[in-house]
Design a protein around this ligand. Structure first.
Ligand SMILES: [Zn+2]
Length: 116
């Protein structure tokens, strides 16, 4: 084999290598995405289990859940306070029909359509 044949072979092998690498990378991405999707499903199910537990047993939780449930209640209280502050800042009114925050100058609720 002459020099140019060697060069040609090298170019062909290198581009094949690049092709394989790209394919490999695409496969890695696909697998990682599949894993991430399943992990998300698991997180969503944990969340569902937690919400169902709080909804059904939150009033009298077993000892091991008390701290977590108290943290949720305390976070909800803080959210309500911050929302109140936000409403005051944005000078919004509360819809008498559905309780949604509505811009002060709006004549109708943008959530339920009730006249303000
Ligand atoms: Zn409304």
């Amino acid at each position: 084999m002459g020099f140019f044949d060697d060069v040609k072979d090298t170019v062909v092998n290198t581009s094949r290598g690049v092709g394989n690498k790209a394919k490999e990378l695409a496969e890695v991405t696909k697998l990682k995405n599949a894993i991430t999707a399943q992990e998300r499903k698991i997180r969503e199910q944990y969340e569902t289990i937690g919400r169902l537990y709080v909804e059904n047993y939150g009033q009298q939780p077993e000892a091991m859940f008390k701290e977590a449930i108290a943290a949720i209640h305390s976070a909800k209280t803080i959210i309500a306070q911050k929302q109140e502050e936000l409403n005051e800042l944005k000078s919004v009114k509360i819809c008498p029909a559905c309780g949604a925050a509505v811009e002060e100058e709006s004549a109708f609720c943008n959530k339920c359509g009730a006249k303000i």
